[in-house]
Design a binder for this molecule. Structure first.
Ligand SMILES: *[C@@H]1O[C@H](CO)[C@@H](O)[C@H](O)[C@H]1NC(C)=O
Ligand SMILES: *[C@@H]1O[C@H](CO)[C@@H](O)[C@H](O)[C@H]1NC(C)=O
Ligand SMILES: *[C@@H]1O[C@H](CO)[C@@H](O)[C@H](O)[C@H]1NC(C)=O
Length: 353
């Protein structure tokens, strides 16, 4: 970073362009977080469980950042086991020892703390963090990360009225130590007991929308074993981002989200004022389970009429075709750049042959 800065400074001196150094003068901002990781009672499927909370929250607090921000996260481990956090999707350039998987980063011993120093270098988009050791993820400790574009960097859609995180995942009533023991003794994980949306079971979470406005929903599958499908009753989703890349804005009536994947969709509240269901169901499983959250119009007259929207269940082709339909967003500038690169490749090949 310093080297890049001074190179630009030298360049701007040579070229007599003081403006250039003004443009790069800003230090990348720092954001500081202090997180207490502890056990606490949660009731995601109606029965009491010992969850892993961050600052008392399940799921954990959301990280909001802007491209190039430095994130300094001081994590205090108040569990009785070593704990390690991983930052899914953050690229950790020249920074792999902060990635938080066994082998790159030491776990935080019980009662100790460790400060992760991360940078969202040149990144935008939707990511998440999760505990990477000891099956802790089955008890919580995960949360959303969003990296917004810097001001003046064009985003290929107008700012949404609000930006909602939707963490979906399978859930087991068996606690993480018992699940871990099962796996260690060679048994399969078994079928999940339910699905959660933002840590809540059936109709346990509500997203409120104003009629006529457009919202961004950042959807991540934070579960352990199950691919999921999500759909909004009476609405289509316009896909705009997949894990840090803007996409061509295709409309989908339902979307498969496999483990660890993150998608951003835009949804316009253009239907009559009701409470609509957001349905999440399992994919590729013989038994299908589902859960719902509520899309609540501020002017709602009550529950929307009609059945819950159905989705694909065991069809694999459907999922592959959907994945193949997703394309990078291309502005005309981006397109010219690609043409240039391709032309250059052709020229190089000509030289070789
Ligand atoms: C973390 O816990 C300590 C006490 O153990 C408390 O003083 C501090 O305020 C907590 N921090 C947060 C961010 O919750
Ligand atoms: C632990 O927390 C203290 C108090 O915030 C801080 O000064 C120290 O640097 C932290 N230690 C590590 C290893 O991050
Ligand atoms: C998990 O449940 C078992 C009993 O089935 C109990 O012995 C163990 O302490 C529990 N672990 C946690 C972390 O709550």
């Amino acid at each position: 970073m310093a080297r890049g800065g001074s190179a630009v400074a030298v360049l701007s001196f040579l070229l007599g362009l003081p403006l250039l150094s003004v443009l790069v003068a800003g230090e990348d901002p720092y954001r500081f977080f202090t997180w207490n990781v502890s056990y606490g009672d949660i009731y995601p499927l109606g029965v009491k469980q010992q969850g892993i909370l961050i600052n008392g929250q399940f799921p954990g607090p959301q990280i909001e950042a802007v491209t190039n921000d430095n994130l300094v996260v001081n994590v205090f481990n108040k569990l009785n086991e070593p704990f390690l956090l991983s930052w899914s999707g953050l690229q950790q350039r020249r920074n792999s020892f902060e990635d938080g998987v066994a082998g790159t980063t030491c776990p935080i011993p019980p009662g100790a703390n460790f400060t992760y120093i991360l940078q969202a270098k040149d990144q935008i988009g939707t990511y998440f963090y999760f505990p990477s050791l000891a099956f802790h993820k089955a008890a919580g400790g995960f949360g959303g990360i969003r990296v917004l574009s810097r001001p003046r960097i064009p985003v290929p859609f107008p700012p949404p009225a609000a930006d909602y995180t939707v963490l979906i995942g399978d859930w087991y009533k068996t606690n993480h130590t018992d699940l871990r023991y099962m796996l260690d003794s060679g048994k399969a994980l078994g079928f999940p007991d339910g699905l959660l949306i933002n840590g809540r079971g059936w109709n346990g979470y509500t997203f409120t929308v104003q009629p006529g406005m457009t919202y961004r929903f950042r959807i991540t599958n934070v579960g352990l074993a199950t691919s999921l499908n999500i759909r909004f009753q009476g609405h289509t989703m316009k896909l705009v981002e997949v894990e840090g890349s803007h996409t061509m804005q295709t409309a989908y009536s339902s979307l498969d989200v496999h483990l660890g994947q993150s998608y951003s969709v835009l949804l316009t509240a253009d239907q009559p004022g009701f409470d609509y269901s957001i349905v999440v169901s399992t994919r590729f499983t013989t038994k299908i389970i589902s859960t719902t959250a509520v899309l609540h119009y501020a002017n709602s007259a009550g529950k929307a009429p009609g059945p819950l929207p159905g989705g694909p269940t065991t069809q694999i082709d459907w999922s592959l075709n959907q994945a193949r339909s997703i394309r990078y967003y291309r502005s005309s500038v981006h397109f010219l750049f690609l043409v240039q690169i391709q032309t250059r490749t052709v020229t190089m090949k000509d030289n070789v042959t």
